[in-house]
Ligand binder design. Structure first.
Ligand code: ADP
Ligand code: MG
Length: 717
């Protein structure tokens, strides 16, 4: 459906507001970042108010622009004391709370005008920015509109849409601008990406009708239905986009690697020091089968910290090496990349020493590529990678740089996906088999909306020998408890264990106003503590060089410094089986998933672990509640779901996890689980029968727009 182009060359929606509404109004609306007719039409009210029903003042905060409907309960016009001029004070109430309005004037004349309009008992909509004067909240020179001024009786019956407003651009100015514009908009200007049968099945209004209803609702019910329709649209377009990406990825044929007998994978399995868990085997078979086809694998492997994802990935990588390909493992940090290298070299033994002394016949070569290599080391590594000599490649972002050639790349493994954007994943893995691993359990809704283009495997059991970790929240202000914390550290070290002490900061410099535990201060303080006499204490943080970090980890793992004071650099993947105790200082400063990741560093050997979350959070606050949740369960999936409930979803999706998600205005990944599932099923079915969306032009356009939006986001990010 073609959108009409007006005589001045704009389409109805791209038309600048200045042309449609005049300069004055356009300038006002520009303060809300609204520049075109389309911007304005898509600036929806965020709630409805009703005449006769006052809106609560209680929720207003200093500095916030607000719109409240309230009743005038008093006015007072008088000359000012200290200066020339007059002041008019008006008190308004919502029935429970009062708020002061203040108007100033050089003469009393203009103030008398307001005084006459705002007589006691008058109900009006007031809009302005809340400020505070002598500890009292007030609105200075608010805009207002008398509710009874409405000349149109039919309108009086309808709810009042409340728009996000700005200083001097009150909600009703937006409302009026939209009322002026709407009659010129036709259904052809708002093509509907939702297929008619889907709409019908769910009883959803057409897009044009929904947009009108959102701005001028007859009642609450129709407004809700219109919002629901927009949520469906967002879910459907997103899912169609993901489904198309999945189809497109699978269309590009890649090299197939079928399992071999007598190859490196078989030799590897034979020397593996433990039995694979049932889950590892099942997922392994799934992956093996996919690698054996020319359809690029697009799989997300999620498994709680310590569930043994690395070996699953390594076995997949070896299958590719067996077939003459190369496999790369992308890690989010230097520390992790080097640790992966060590793990892989240990597990491979002679199988990783191709062409070197003691190398086995089926051996390959493992190469690492990170930013910390010397120019010479880097050149050599690049050469061995480019020649295909290196079958296994481990690296950080450095792997993504232009000069890295991996000619036989058959499999890309991306560890801890949440640290990488979708774009980075694509840069390494575009078109080849891809395995993405994450230890942050991703709730179903997010997995669907963000990773909808990946198939998901989950490792639910932990390998035998994994011990439980008991978590206790320790109030920082209780000296007796704190003394006990350090006693426990002593006992742990005396028993041959290792202790992590985690702080939110490196030193006091980062933000001197905030009194938070810092690595350098805490290490110094602990070294002076009698109870820890004779125990060497190491430090670990992001300002150390790679070399220093490696040494610090080795000293800790080997027991030379059995206490390690660290920032969250140890958060992901680090593996020291002797570590049994973790003390997290100012624990309320960390997110739930971060705490869970941290806790996953302990209890990895044969012994039970203890996690002490030290905090000054006051009971009853959200921070304290999060810690209570953290202590109550070690099930990462449960924690992730609870975390979602505690957080607003803006946080969840507004991050690097996905740029596409920033489009979601009506859809809630917390609330709309069912809706997303329905949209996904329908979108997948539709894309399967019409992969090019040639029968669904409106949907195709919306899907393409989403891709553009994503590209914008990636450039900005
Ligand atoms: P994650 O899934 O968090 O990346 P890792 O792959 O680092 O977990 O594995 C955690 C620990 O469990 C490692 O020390 C690894 O050697 C060990 N491990 C993995 N699989 C098994 C198994 N089947 N049996 C015993 N230990 C295992
Ligand atoms: Mg890992």
């Amino acid at each position: 459906m073609a959108t009409a182009v007006t005589s001045d060359g704009w389409t109805a929606l791209t038309r600048p507001l200045e042309r449609a509404l005049g300069k004055r109004t356009a300038n006002a609306l520009a303060k809300l970042d609204l520049h075109t007719v389309g911007d304005l039409i898509y600036h929806f009210p965020f709630r409805l108010a009703h005449r006769g029903e006052l809106m609560p003042i209680a929720a207003v905060r200093e500095g916030e622009p607000v719109t409240v409907i309230a009743r005038v309960i008093g006015t007072n016009l008088r000359p000012m004391n200290a200066r020339r001029g007059y002041i008019l004070q008006v008190r308004i109430t919502d029935g429970t709370y009062d708020l002061a309005l203040t108007f100033f004037g050089k003469s009393s004349r203009p103030l008398q005008y307001h005084e006459r309009r705002l007589q006691v008992g008058t109900v009006a909509t007031f809009s302005g920015t809340i400020s505070s004067y002598r500890g009292q909240l007030q609105l200075t020179h608010p805009e207002y509109e008398l509710v009874d001024d409405e000349p149109d009786l039919a309108r009086l019956e309808r709810p009042i849409p409340i728009y996000h407003a700005a200083e001097r651009v009150p909600s009703w100015q937006v409302e009026k601008a939209i009322a002026t514009i709407l009659p010129s908009i036709t259904p052809a200007d708002l093509p509907d990406p939702l297929p008619p049968d889907y709409r019908q099945q769910h009883g959803l209004p057409a897009r044009y009708d929904a947009v009108r209803t959102l701005h001028m609702p007859d009642d609450d019910a129709s407004w809700k239905q219109a919002s629901l329709r927009m949520a469906h649209e967002e879910a459907f377009v997103l899912q169609a986009n993901l489904a198309r990406r999945a189809v497109a990825a699978k269309d590009r044929a890649t090299a197939a690697f079928s399992p071999h007998t007598g190859g490196i994978l078989e030799a590897f399995d034979a020397r593996l020091p433990y039995r694979l868990t049932a889950g590892q085997r099942a997922v392994g078979e799934e992956i093996a089968a996919e690698l054996a086809t020319t359809t690029p694998m697009q799989r997300l492997l999620q498994g709680d910290v310590g569930s043994g994802k690395t070996v699953v990935a390594l076995r997949a990588m070896l299958q590719v090496v067996d077939g003459g390909g190369q496999a790369a493992l992308l890690a989010p940090t230097e520390v992790l990349a080097w640790q992966h290298l060590r793990t892989i070299e240990d597990l491979l033994g002679p199988l990783g020493l191709a062409g070197q002394l003691g190398g086995a016949e089926t051996a390959t070569r493992v190469e690492i590529l990170t930013g910390s290599l010397t120019t010479r080391q880097r050149r050599q590594a690049l050469a061995r990678i480019a020649s295909g000599e290196a079958g296994l490649i481990v690296g950080t972002h450095a792997l993504l740089s232009e000069d890295v050639q991996i000619p036989f790349l058959g499999l890309a493994v991306v560890d801890e996906q949440h640290r990488f954007g979708v774009d980075q994943r694509d840069r390494l893995a575009g078109g080849v088999h891809t395995l993405v691993m994450t230890a942050t359990p991703i709730p179903r809704t997010i997995a669907m909306s963000v990773f909808g283009d990946l198939d998901v495997s989950t490792l639910r059991e932990l390998p035998a020998g994994r011990k439980s970790v008991a978590t206790t929240v320790v109030p920082a202000t209780n000296e007796r408890w704190m003394a006990r914390v350090w006693e426990r550290a002593r006992e742990e070290v005396d028993g041959g264990g290792r202790v992590y002490i985690v702080c939110p900061r490196i030193d006091g410099e980062e933000n001197p106003d905030e009194d938070l535990a810092s690595v350098l201060d805490v290490a110094e303080e602990l070294r002076a503590r009698r109870i820890l006499n004779g125990i060497a204490i190491g430090v670990m943080h992001g300002r150390l060089s790679t070399e220093e970090k490696t040494v610090a980890m080795a000293e800790f793992a080997g027991g030379n410094t059995p206490i390690l004071v660290s920032t969250t650099v140890i958060e992901v993947g680090v593996d020291v089986p002797e570590a049994t105790l973790m003390v997290i200082l100012d624990a309320d400063r960390f997110g739930l998933s971060q705490l869970h990741q941290l806790r996953g560093r302990i209890g990895r050997g044969g012994k039970e672990g203890t996690c002490l979350a030290v905090s000054r959070a006051i009971a009853g606050t959200l921070a304290a509640e999060r810690l209570a949740v953290f202590a109550s369960t070690t099930d990462g999936f449960e924690l992730a779901e609870r975390d979602l409930q505690l957080r607003s979803e803006g946080d969840v999706l507004g991050t690097s996890q996905s740029g596409r998600a920033s489009h979601l205005r009506f859809l809630s990944v917390v609330r709309d689980v069912e809706l997303i599932a329905q949209a996904r099923d329908a979108a997948r079915t539709l894309v399967a029968s019409d992969p090019e969306l040639s029968e669904h032009a409106e949907l195709a356009a919306a899907v393409a727009e989403l891709d553009e939006g994503r590209a914008d986001y990636l450039e900005k990010g």
